[in-house]
Ligand binder design. Structure first.
Ligand code: AMP
Length: 419
């Protein structure tokens, strides 16, 4: 029996894996350009960090965490998201005592025990960005715009930005009570009724049509925002409009995690079926205090790399053949040629070319097949006679044209041809 990757996980293999690396880089490029610094935190943390930081009433904490005791009896959890860890790291290392806002970005795998399906995995990858320690609508708008630019740079046309405000500690409780009143009057199952008491905003997020139908007349947070929250949200909207970032007001947008306040947003893509969110985030002014730190109003997002890749596939952006693995492929014929080719390949790599060669003692036919499969533009054929002449045959695999080039010049010649 051979092993399979665990349920809800998948392997990334070439050439798709190369493209996924490129997606991660493209999503991170705008925040790096805007001066956000890279942060890396452990893949596991104290279980308590997520219980407090993400919220015990959320699905993520109550149902989806990979929690285990280590051999020292500590309860640890594989991270289900990145924000709580980043805030923990900022507080632990006192970064908030320096220049504010602290701007950080990360790229890493997350773990949630979810019902596995296309676009929803138990191990998935996010690129995230956080700006901590400033309450400024321009910061919210900056982050939203940077995410938008990341998606646009990949050529994606079908991404929609949904925007909402969840209010703050002044107006949210009033809205929460109004919503609870409304929800208590609906025909809902036991679990949902329990949720009304713990986290009523989450009920708005229920995707079941029989629930959605009843939510038609639900009070909206937009109608309950206090003056300060209203002005803040208006400014975020104005700045996004000025930047030319299109958005749709979505008054029912709440997010799965407890810590959001004011600005919340989600990026959705039409080509992904039910798992349509390619990214999301918002402001989380209370999180630092929930984790024992000082007040540190902050905003951030996480973009899903797996789903961004699926969105690109849905838009046909991956239809073109992927870039060739290497540019040049060595075909040595005989023992001595093999040794010389091994050195030549290293020499060419040092000169900046992408180069591979035939291994495993293959003959001419097998080695040429390897050259074709590698996608290389040029094969370098080195036989006994070439060695004696201190030369190599350079074969253009697109035209089959072959020329003899002195070994001392092959690097310059190839670089000239590959420009
Ligand atoms: P969240 O941390 O839940 O706000 O998720 C942010 C983004 O991560 C989502 O918009 C998705 O693109 C992605 N994501 C969340 N959960 C999963 C999952 N189970 N599988 C794949 N991508 C996910």
């Amino acid at each position: 029996m051979t092993f399979q990757s665990p349920k809800g996980t998948y392997d990334l293999l070439p050439p798709a894996s190369e493209r996924v690396l490129a997606v991660r880089e493209a999503l991170a490029a705008p925040v790096r350009q805007a001066g956000y610094g890279y942060v890396e935190t452990p893949t596991f943390e104290d279980t308590e960090l997520f219980k407090r930081g993400v919220g015990e009433s959320t699905d993520v904490v109550s149902k989806e965490m990979y929690t285990f005791d280590d051999k020292g009896g500590r309860s640890l959890t594989l991270r289900p998201e990145g924000t709580a860890s980043v805030v923990r790291a900022v507080l632990q290392h006192n970064l908030h005592n320096g220049q504010l806002p602290v701007k950080l970005w990360y790229s890493g795998s997350q773990y949630r025990y979810e019902r596995a399906q296309k676009g929803r995995y138990r191990h998935f990858w996010q690129v995230g960005a956080e700006a901590l320690g400033a309450e400024d609508p321009a910061l919210d708008a900056e982050l939203v715009a940077l995410a938008w630019r990341g998606f646009a740079s990949l050529g994606l046309k079908g991404v929609t930005l949904l925007l909402n405000s969840l209010g703050d500690q002044v107006c949210r409780p009033v809205y929460r009570a109004a919503l609870q009143d409304f929800l208590r009057g609906l025909d809902l199952d036991e679990a949902t009724r329990a949720r009304i008491e713990i986290n009523p905003l989450r009920v708005l997020d229920d995707k079941r049509p029989e629930v959605q139908e009843q939510l038609e007349g639900a009070p909206l947070v937009a109608d309950h925002l206090c003056a300060a929250c209203k002005a803040y949200h208006e400014e975020v909207r104005t700045l996004l409009t000025a930047l030319g970032v299109p958005f749709t007001d979505e008054p029912k947008l709440v997010r799965g995690l407890d810590y959001y306040t004011r600005t919340t947003f989600e990026f959705v893509h039409g080509g992904l079926g039910s798992q349509s969110a390619v990214g999301g985030g918002g402001r989380y002014d209370g999180l630092s205090e929930m984790l024992g730190g000082p007040a540190l109003p902050s905003v951030g997002w996480a973009l899903g790399v797996d789903r961004t890749y699926l969105a690109m596939e849905a838009e046909g952006l991956l239809d073109e053949a992927p870039a060739a693995r290497v540019q040049v492929y060595g075909v040595p014929l005989g023992e001595e040629a093999r040794r010389r080719m091994f050195l030549l390949v290293e020499e060419l790599r040092a000169a900046g070319l992408r180069v591979d060669m035939a291994f495993g003692g293959k003959g001419l036919k097998g080695a040429m097949k390897g050259a074709d499969r590698s996608g290389a533009r040029f094969a370098l054929i080195l036989g006994e006679r070439d060695l004696a002449a201190q030369a190599v045959q350079v074969k253009d695999l697109t035209t089959a044209e072959q020329t003899e080039v002195p070994l001392a010049q092959v690097s310059d010649v190839l670089k000239g041809k590959l420009q």
